[in-house]
Design a protein around this ligand. Structure first.
Ligand code: AMP
Length: 563
């Protein structure tokens, strides 16, 4: 029971994105975005290690991607679930540790905004995130001191936010293209019921790939080899191309890049960009077709089409979607913020709060889960599905198997995810061995998969002859990491100094000025150097109002210079 003397936990939803992250709160009957220390709703998912080994998160860190690429990391969500380590200066971090730093920063913003401690939240993940990626997300939250009341699929979160605004939709396709992931979800509103029929996607396709394709194309145009360019120059070119990509909708763009005493020029318009992006645009089609097929719908059966994720702002993507469906997509809510608002709505729904009390959401498992078996005589490595993709969750499914020879005493259960007939082509999740009493005959065993609403899997095996049960869930730790690795992560983060939140606006401006100095030349550069000196002098004076007015004027000047 809730102790009446304690404040009720805030109902929070977090969109932990590849490029940007957001936190929203449900209060007074609606979801509301929480601003960060700079007053922005979007916090770049970028982490940097300052020269004095202090952690910076967000916009200041993003500016340092250009000036200090070897001490800064972005887009680490793409490596979530892998064993990849990311180097920042002399320290190494796992993707979940970096994600924990982003979550910690959002948590601080929420605490400052709400004036109360924050301990729990609903966190959104790409629908197509695997079991391991989900577990690592939970671990990132644990490292940030947050308990996760639910993991919600990003397009499903968007569907919840839309469900509250638009009562007229019925069958809807949600097209969610973020910085690093792509999800397609087909669902039906029969309010108060929101029923997901199918979810598919690609965990390695997003707006960042469109920028990377431009980078390759312009280096090719200039006949430059990427391996010969130093990290800082490469980062500044990447940054310039990211900005160029976001402005292509306004007309043809010029790029001018200085490197090795030379100026390289490139002009690009939307049509030329579409040519460069053709392979990426083609990759967007397959998940759409699969989601519709699984939901047994044709494009004309859809009542609406909703775009979510920052990368759906690209005219090339909107055009592709409009052509494929023969209609214009519906873009009423902001594609950048809708997932966080939907996650907060889910938090309210779970807490049975106010207007959303009645909403009922059903979601699906977006991929097939099964085990490795022998097919026929001696042909091993066949994939035997237990939960088929797009089964409504939570679900529990059982399949019967048998041992392969008499007197067998051990069997290995190897769990895979995927849509291919041979396990070698699918994603390995985990395996474990079970030992049992030998028998003269072949023995039957039931393998049960239980998939919960957070998208996490448990496996149970029962030996029919003896009734022996191996309630061995595939992975007993919540992360797939062993206890020592988990303790190490906690210890590593505990020793880190994090830049104080209230000093962030000044620190961010200094990082921005440094980047602007690097990106400019001649008189412009001299002017920026002067601004840097002035601002440092004002900072030394410690007069809060003077600092704030200088900061605001300098930020405006940099905005005008588009730096
Ligand atoms: P999200 O993960 O939803 O924040 O989406 C981030 C992605 O959206 C990044 O790859 C951005 O480059 C991309 N993006 C944001 N705004 C625009 C824009 N105006 N034009 C093109 N891409 C954009």
């Amino acid at each position: 029971m809730q102790d009446a003397s304690l404040p009720r936990p805030a109902l929070l939803g977090i969109d932990l994105g590849t490029t940007n992250s957001l936190i929203a709160v449900w209060r007074e009957g609606r979801a509301e975005l929480i601003p960060n220390a700079l007053g922005d709703a979007l916090t770049p998912s970028v982490v940097s290690l300052d020269e004095d080994d202090t952690i910076l998160v967000g916009k200041a860190a993003r500016a340092r991607l250009t000036t200090h690429p070897e001490r800064t990391a972005a887009a680490f969500k793409r490596f979530m679930g892998s064993d990849r380590q990311i180097q920042l200066g002399s320290r190494q971090f796992s993707p979940e540790e970096l994600s924990a730093l982003v979550l910690g920063s959002l948590r601080q913003d929420a605490e400052a905004f709400l004036g109360q401690a924050v301990t729990e939240a609903v966190i959104s993940v790409p629908a197509y995130f695997s079991d391991e990626q989900r577990k690592r997300t939970l671990f990132a939250a644990e490292l940030a001191g947050l308990s996760v009341t639910r993991l919600i699929n990003e397009p499903t979160a968007a569907a919840m936010a839309y469900g509250l605004h638009e009562q007229k939709f019925e069958r809807t396709l949600i097209f969610d293209l973020g910085g690093g992931t792509f999800d397609v979800t087909v669902l039906e509103y029969a309010l108060p019921l929101i029923e997901v029929h199918a979810s598919t996607g690609d965990n390695f396709l997003g707006g960042e790939d469109f920028t990377a394709a431009l980078l390759q194309a312009c280096l090719k145009h200039w006949q430059l080899t990427p391996s010969t360019i130093d990290a800082q120059a490469m980062a500044s070119l990447g940054d310039a191309l990211e900005q160029l990509k976001c402005k292509l909708g306004e007309g043809a763009q010029q790029l001018s890049w200085r490197y090795a005493e030379q100026t390289f020029e490139w002009e690009l318009d939307e049509a030329a960009a579409v040519k460069i992006w053709e392979p990426l645009l083609a990759r967007l089609r397959a998940p759409i077709e699969q989601a519709l097929r699984d939901a047994r719908l044709k494009p004309r059966d859809l009542d609406s089409l909703v775009l979510v994720g920052g990368a759906t702002r690209m005219p090339a993507v909107q055009q592709m979607v409009a052509t494929l469906f023969g209609r214009l997509p519906y873009r009423h809510l902001d594609p950048d913020t809708i997932v966080a608002l939907g996650a907060a709505t889910q938090a309210a729904c779970k807490a049975r709060d106010g207007a959303v009390e009645e909403l009922i959401l059903t979601d699906v498992c977006p991929y097939t889960l099964g085990i490795s078996t022998n097919r026929g005589e001696g042909v091993s490595g066949a994939f035997s599905p237990i939960i088929e993709r797009n089964t409504v969750i939570p679900t529990s499914r059982v399949q019967r198997y048998s041992t392969t020879f008499a007197q067998q005493t051990e069997i290995r259960i190897a769990v895979y995810q995927g849509e291919r007939p041979w396990v070698r082509d699918n994603i390995f999740i985990d395996s474990f061995d079970i030992q049992f009493t030998p028998s003269e005959q072949l023995q039957s065993l039931d393998v049960r998969f239980s998939y919960d609403i957070n998208g996490l899997l448990e496996v149970d095996v029962t030996l029919l002859e003896t009734g022996e049960r191996y309630g061995h869930s595939i992975d007993r730790s919540p992360t797939g990491l062993d206890e020592q690795a988990r303790r190490d992560s906690h210890a590593r983060l505990a020793t880190l100094k994090v830049h104080p939140r209230d000093a962030l606006p000044n620190r961010t401006l200094l990082a921005r000025l440094e980047r602007a100095w690097m990106q400019s030349l001649g008189d412009e550069r001299a002017r920026i150097a002067e601004w840097m000196d002035t601002f440092n002098t004002v900072l030394a004076g410690q007069q809060a109002s003077e600092i704030a007015s200088h900061r605001s004027a300098l930020n405006d000047a940099l905005d005008q210079m588009r730096l």
